[in-house]
Design a protein around this ligand. Structure first.
Ligand code: SF4
Length: 510
């Protein structure tokens, strides 16, 4: 008698059992992850749990099937399913094609394919690298929109098949998406193929056409607000108006009440004391969540001493206050290294750190800004002759299981059509859709194939060391044994740091 093992969510037990009995006959047994070692003729994996099979759990079964939307798919039939997906696309059945693509994605994962048949279901497509703000912790502080552009219709056309198969589009790259003159028509293009939209914005530009699209098509909108008080906000986000921000938050609350709104605040020496006030502000404007992000220090800006790693007691004190206020007001609060609401840090314990924080000047003088601009020019000249773009990856010593979501389900494309390894490793480029024409060719270019192979062999690729998405556990298809090796700099990084110090001078505060 045929024996069928089923790995599924409890709520899918009955439909899968009925389907298995009808399709295969024989005895059906349900198994948890730890029991999948006892092999049978057939294994049925529920789509909802497929991402948990990161090791070799599917090996040794006669046949493996996937349960998705009340159907069973044989994972060995990937080529046939890819053809079926093409036929659905030719008929303009985007919903059916997206479903089949999702099945193919599970198959790529379960079979540990380095060459994916599936397309990503989340696309981050840079709308522009222009920004109308010059925040003091961002490259725009010194780059001043030099060579900035907007996404062209030609590049978008080369991404058309990927957009037809994706479910969600993020509008961001390194600029402010809402200032692109083409943003509304681009949103219309994405939603025409059944995509939902997400974005980060400084919310300085918000006309009626944009509000209408946000209300209709956005899953969430994250708004960058790095100060709860006018002076702090306008000193950090140079060029922005606090009154304009509040006005637009109010319009958003009125016109798009059901869209999830998130305030994201980069916390640093200059604004850490305003964390609890940010929760009040969020509550006043109907914002659902506040996310406090750690500052990434910048060698050219020289803002190492703005990092809160130097003021741990102050950070903990205000994080606890923000978490408590969030619980009182019903605002969800996310803070890195969450100390918990009950953690006790007394006011008198933070006085020494507060004094140290305040002993340093808060903002750069015009002369210091001039010096920063000179350094930026030096570094830019250096990169003109020392191309830092990377097109291969090597394994590190850190062990893992599965693969990063960014090599399976998500893809970052800049406005020139370059596809990078992920939104963090922008300098690791697989290829260019404008030049190479077909999205799937770049999606399976040597860099990405190599990185998938390294992950599936059980090692974290070197460019992924110190990745915050690994640390936070938000990657669903990957688990990593984090140890001290994970925090090592790669040889490339060490060389870059040595070179930067040589260029900027050993005493540069970075
Ligand atoms: S592990 Fe992190 S750095 Fe590596 S590809 Fe994924 S998101 Fe990027």
């Amino acid at each position: 008698m045929v024996k069928v093992t089923v790995y599924c969510e409890d709520l899918n037990r009955t439909p899968i059992k009925e389907l298995a009995e009808k399709t295969f006959g024989g005895a059906v047994v349900f198994a948890g992850l730890e029991k999948l070692g006892a092999k049978s003729d057939i294994l049925i994996v529920d789509h909802a749990l497929a991402n948990r099979l990161k090791r070799d759990e599917t090996q040794g079964f006669g046949q493996v099937c996937l349960f998705f939307n009340d159907r069973l798919y044989d994972v060995s039939r990937g080529d046939d399913l890819a053809e079926e997906r093409s036929a659905l696309m030719a008929r303009g059945d985007w919903s059916g094609a997206k479903d089949l693509n999702e099945v193919l994605c599970d198959i790529d994962f379960l079979c540990k394919n380095a060459v994916n048949r599936s397309y990503p279901d989340f696309l981050q497509i840079e709308s522009t690298d222009f920004c109308n703000s010059r925040c003091i912790m961002c490259d725009h502080y010194f780059s001043r929109n030099k060579n900035a552009q907007i996404l062209s219709a030609e590049t978008l056309d080369h991404l058309r098949d990927a957009i037809q198969l994706s479910r969600r589009i993020n509008l961001n790259g390194i600029g402010e998406p809402f200032i692109s003159r083409d943003i509304k028509s681009q949103i219309d293009f994405y939603v025409g193929y059944g995509n939902k939209i997400v974005a980060n914005t400084n919310l300085s530009v918000l006309d009626d056409g944009l509000i209408e699209r946000i209300a209709k098509h956005f899953e969430w909108l994250a708004i960058s607000v790095d100060g709860a008080r006018k002076e702090t906000y306008e000193s950090i986000r140079i060029g922005m108006s606090y009154e304009n921000l509040l006005n637009n938050l109010e319009r958003l609350r009125e016109k798009a009440p059901h869209v999830k709104k998130i305030i994201s605040m980069v916390i640093m020496r200059q604004n850490v004391c305003e964390m609890p006030e940010m929760i009040e502000l969020a509550h006043r404007y109907g914002v659902d969540q506040v996310v406090f992000l750690s500052l990434n220090t910048n060698l050219i800006i020289g803002n190492l001493r703005d990092s809160l790693q130097y003021y741990p007691k102050v950070t903990k004190y205000y994080s606890v206050k923000a978490l408590q206020r969030g619980a009182e007001l019903g605002v969800n609060v996310v803070v890195a290294n969450n100390p918990g609401r009950d953690c006790e840090v007394r006011w008198e314990d933070i006085q020494d750190e507060l004094e140290e924080m305040r002993s340093l000047p808060m903002w750069k003088t015009p002369e210091q800004e001039q010096k920063m601009m000179k350094m930026a020019a030096l570094v830019e000249d250096y990169f003109k002759t020392h191309d830092r773009l990377q097109d291969s990856a090597a394994p590190s010593k850190v062990r893992c299981a599965g693969v990063c979501d960014w090599l399976l389900k998500s893809c970052y494309t800049n406005l020139s059509g370059d596809i990078s390894m992920c939104c963090r490793n922008l300098a690791y480029r697989a290829g260019n859709v404008d030049r190479e024409g077909r999205f799937l060719d770049v999606w399976n270019a040597p860099l990405l194939r190599e990185a998938r192979e390294i992950f599936y062999a059980g090692y974290v690729p070197e460019p992924c060391l110190k990745c915050g998405m690994i640390e936070s556990g938000e990657l669903k298809y990957l688990s990593v044994d984090i140890n001290s090796d994970f925090y090592e700099d790669t040889e490339l990084k060490k060389e870059q740091k040595r070179e930067a110090r040589r260029l900027l001078g050993e005493d540069h505060d970075a």
